[in-house]
Write a protein that binds this ligand. Structure first.
Ligand code: ATP
Length: 305
C-alpha cells in the first residue's frame, strides 16, 4: 500500500513530560485522517514532528515517502500546513496575503495570478479578495489560510484544529470545502481536532489519542460498531446499583443513568427484574446506538467536551 504518512513508534519528551508515548499508524493517500483528543493529548506535537518543525525523541516517520529527519527539505516541499493560531497578516488584503504565500512557496511568478484566482474561486472568496483580512469573519479567514496552504500544490495538508472557535454552521460549511478540496486538489488531509462531530462528519478514519497514546484507529462507523452494543438511558430519581455481565459501562448523569450494554434485549430483562425487586421508580428507558462520544469514553475512560 502506498501511504501518504507512515508513523513508526514516535516518542517525544519535553524534559520530564512525555507528550507522545510511541505512536504508530499509517495514513492512506486521499484520506481525510483525523486525530481526535482533548487539549494536551499530543496532537500539535505530532503535527509539529510530521511537518519537521520538531524532532522526535525517538522513532521514525515518512511523509510522502520522505523521512522526516533525513529528508526534511523534501518533506517540507511536499506538504501544506494550517496552524492552530491564525497566521495571516490582518493589515493586508486577502489577495496580498495569498501573494505573499505564493512568493514564500516559490510558486513561479507567471503562475501566481492564475493559481491565486483559481483558489479564490474555489473557496468563494473572489468577492472579498481586496478586503483587509482584519474585516473578514472567522470562517472566511480560515478559508484564506487553507487556500494559502494549497498554493504550493501540497500532496499532504496538515490542519491543526481548523474550526476551533467557529460557529457550528460555519464549521459545517468549512467541512464541505475540505471534502471537495480533497477531490479537486488530490490531497491527503491530516487533521487534529477535539470536536467529536468534526471527526465523525469529516474524517474517513479517526485515531483517538489521549495522554500521548493512540487508543484506537478506525472509520467512525466501524469504531461505533466495535462497541458491539447499545446505550441504555434510564431516567430515574432512585439509586441503581445493578450488576450484570452485559454492562460495559455505567455512568450516573443528572437525570439518571447512561449504561453501555453488550446485548440490550437481555440486559433489559435483567433490568426490569432488578427494578421490580428493588421497588425502583423509573420515569423512562430509551435505547440508542453509540456515538463517537461513547467510543471516546469507552477507550479513554473520560468524556471529550
Ligand atoms: P492543544 O490542542 O491544547 O494544543 P495538543 O493535543 O495539541 O493540545 P500538545 O500541545 O501536543 O497537545 O501537548 C502535549 C503535551 O506536551 C502537553 O502536556 C503539553 O503541556 C506538553 N508540551 C507541549 N509543548 C511543550 C513544550 N514546548 N515544553 C514542555 N511541554 C510541552
Amino acid at each position: 500500500m502506498d501511504y501518504a504518512i507512515e508513523v513508526n513508534n514516535i516518542v517525544k519528551k519535553y524534559k520530564d513530560v512525555v507528550a507522545l508515548k510511541g505512536v504508530t499508524f499509517n495514513v492512506k493517500r486521499g484520506e481525510i485522517f483525523g486525530i481526535l483528543g482533548p487539549n494536551g493529548a499530543g496532537k500539535t506535537t505530532l503535527i509539529s514532528i510530521l511537518t519537521t518543525i520538531l524532532k522526535p525523541t525517538s522513532g521514525t516517520a515518512k511523509v510522502n515517502g520522505y523521512d522526516i529527519i533525513k529528508e526534511q527539505q523534501k518533506v517540507r516541499e511536499s506538504i501544506g500546513i494550517v496552524f492552530q493560531d491564525p497566521s495571516l497578516d490582518n493589515r493586508l488584503t486577502v489577495k496580498e496575503n495569498l501573494y505573499i504565500g505564493a512568493s514564500l512557496y516559490n510558486v513561479p511568478k507567471n503562475k501566481r495570478e492564475e493559481k491565486i484566482n483559481e483558489l479564490l474561486e474555489f473557496f468563494e472568496l473572489k468577492e472579498v479578495e481586496n478586503k483587509l483580512v482584519r474585516y473578514l469573519s472567522g470562517g472566511m479567514k480560515r478559508k484564506v489560510e487553507i487556500a494559502r496552504s494549497l498554493l504550493s500544490d501540497p500532496k499532504v495538508l496538515f490542519l491543526d484544529e481548523p474550526t476551533t472557535g467557529l460557529d457550528p454552521d460555519i464549521r459545517y460549511n468549512l467541512w464541505n470545502y475540505i471534502k471537495n478540496m480533497v477531490k479537486e486538489y488530490d490531497v491527503t488531509v491530516f487533521i487534529a481536532t477535539h470536536y467529536m462531530e468534526e471527526a465523525e462528519e469529516l474524517c474517513n478514519r479517526v485515531a483517538i489519542i489521549d495522554k500521548g497514546e493512540i487508543k484506537v484507529i478506525g472509520e467512525p462507523e466501524e469504531l461505533k460498531k466495535s462497541l458491539e452494543g447499545d446505550i441504555v438511558m434510564i431516567k430515574t430519581k432512585d439509586n441503581i446499583d445493578i450488576k450484570s455481565d452485559y454492562i460495559r459501562d455505567i455512568k450516573k448523569v443528572e437525570e439518571g443513568y447512561v449504561i453501555t450494554v453488550k446485548d440490550s434485549e437481555r440486559f433489559l430483562g435483567e433490568l426490569f427484574e432488578y427494578v421490580k425487586n428493588k421497588n425502583i421508580k423509573i420515569d423512562s428507558v430509551s435505547i440508542r446506538k453509540p456515538t463517537l462520544g461513547e467510543v471516546f469514553l469507552y477507550y479513554t475512560g473520560k468524556e471529550l467536551r
